[in-house]
Design a protein. Structure first.
Lengths: 237, 254
């Protein structure tokens, strides 16, 4: 069941590949206009968790509850962006839309700072610009929720701060919610309202932190401690 | 497409040089190995006479017709096998078997079944290229990262047919054209084999067989060289076509 303010609820989901259980009993809720980060070591199934939420793969047990009106309002920015190289910037944003509304496209491109590249081929874009194009492409769906997979991994300091501004702008102006999976502790502390830390084998929710309740350094240390504990408890490979 | 540079012609110059030495010092008797200049004169003669071009036209018509069917079928089957694992599981074992049966070994049976006319040549080229092309296209299609398909699904394209038409084909088409270029080289070889073995009505391979019967070594050498040159021209045409149709791909590779 969803609480009143929640736009998504993950209920005890478990996912296995063959005999290997990746994560188990993961539960959390996401509120409207909230930025939630899911932190965890590599290999704990963070991307798979996002794919389950996006209905690109099914969980073994558990469920994801999303109100009917928001079912088609989920955007996904993949780690490698997967921009279609045979299309120009505008065509990438329009992709899949039955009705092409050039005003919408221009507004979205302006939102992400890519309007001047509207008709450019995508190979001219830098890593940060490609990521913003991937965000723009999701925005055409007018999403209530945007899922982002490791958005900081390929960005330099300048582009990280641009991404931070973009996410905060979309939260403020469009009341959008975000789920960001990452292993970058300090960036997730900077950008999020709430942080879910996955730990253990198979991974489960180790702890949830409300960012505003902590001083930044204190929270970072707390999370790193939790992740290290989880890392130390892993059997040697 | 690579540009022509100062080294492009070097191996050819060296090969002709060795050939000239072999002729001058009679490493191979002159009755069996004609001089490069003699062969060059015959090449010029052939190029200036329409008989050679008629042979080119006949062979090219055969290979184009057969390869058209083969590449369409190879493309469709490769596409299905690359996209649908279940189809791949059925198709690949059969393909693995047939790919290792030399086409030449099937020619006697094809002549019995289809005679020595056009059908036999089409079958030789089809069998020789279809199984190779389809498996290469399968590999190419299956290399498409899942993220592109997931992206399309997220953007509302959820039906497999639409994903194939709007993502898989546009993305892989330039690479598939490369595969078809390689396949055309095989088709070009097989048409000559088919013409040499079973033709009675013209074409480059048939003409080679006639030259052999009358021991016209110079003419054989000239035809072999001209066949090679034609191959290079086709290869170049495929590359130019690819470059102009899919400019994004060159930029994507940068």
């Amino acid at each position: 069941m969803l609480s009143d303010s929640a736009i998504l609820s993950v209920n005890k989901i478990t996912k296995s590949f063959g005999d290997t259980c990746i994560f188990k009993d993961i539960s959390f809720e996401l509120n409207e206009g909230e930025v939630l980060s899911v932190l965890g070591q590599s290999g704990v199934g963070k991307t798979t968790l996002l794919r389950v939420i996006a209905n690109l793969t099914l969980p073994c047990t558990g469920s994801v509850s999303i109100p009917e009106v928001n079912k088609d309002k989920i955007g996904f920015v993949f780690q490698n962006y997967f921009i279609f190289p045979w299309l120009c910037v505008r065509q990438n944003v329009e992709f899949g839309q039955a009705e092409k509304n050039s005003e919408d496209v221009d507004r979205i491109l302006a939102d992400v700072g890519l309007l001047e590249y509207r008709d450019s081929p995508t190979n001219n874009l830098s890593g940060g610009q490609l990521q913003r194009l991937a965000v723009a492409r999701s925005m055409i769906l007018k999403p209530k929720l945007l899922l982002m997979d490791e958005p900081f991994s390929d960005l330099d300091v300048h582009n990280k701060s641009k991404l931070y501004e973009l996410v905060r702008g979309l939260v403020t102006n469009h009341k959008m919610s975000f789920i960001i999976v990452t292993h970058d502790v300090s960036e997730s502390v900077k950008i999020s309202d709430r942080i879910v830390v996955l730990s253990g084998i198979p991974a489960s929710v180790g702890n949830t932190f409300v960012v505003r309740d902590f001083a930044r350094n204190e929270l970072e240390n707390e999370i790193i401690k939790l992740l290290n504990k989880s890392h130390d408890s892993q059997p040697d490979k | 497409m690579k540009k022509i540079n100062k080294y492009t012609f070097l191996p050819f110059i060296i090969a002709v040089g060795i050939w000239q030495l072999a002729y001058s010092f009679e490493w191979i008797p002159n009755t069996l190995l004609p001089s490069p200049i003699g062969v060059g004169n015959v090449i010029v003669y052939f190029v200036a006479h329409k008989e050679f071009w008629q042979d080119v036209f006949i062979t090219l018509s055969r290979v184009t017709l057969a390869y058209f069917f083969s590449s369409i079928c190879g493309f469709l089957v490769g596409l299905l096998a690359g996209y649908y694992k279940s189809f791949n599981n059925i198709y690949t074992p059969l393909n693995n078997f047939i790919r290792y049966v030399p086409v030449a070994s099937l020619i006697p049976m094809l002549i019995i079944v289809a005679g020595t006319g056009l059908s036999e040549k089409i079958l030789v080229i089809f069998i020789g290229t279809f199984f190779q092309i389809s498996i290469l296209i399968r590999d190419d299609i299956s290399s498409v990262e899942e993220g592109y398909i997931d992206t399309a699904k997220m953007l509302g394209i959820r039906k497999n047919l639409k994903i194939i038409l709007r993502v898989i084909i546009p993305y892989r088409l330039p690479y598939i054209l490369d595969i078809l270029k390689v396949g055309f080289g095989w088709a070009w070889s097989y048409v000559l084999v088919a013409e040499i073995v079973g033709s009675s009505n013209g074409g480059l391979g048939f003409k080679l067989l006639q030259f052999q019967r009358f021991l016209k070594i110079k003419e054989i050498c000239a035809y072999v060289i001209l066949i090679g040159i034609l191959g290079v021209v086709f290869d170049f045409a495929f590359s130019v076509l690819n470059k102009h149709l899919f400019k994004w791909r060159l930029m994507h590779a940068q």
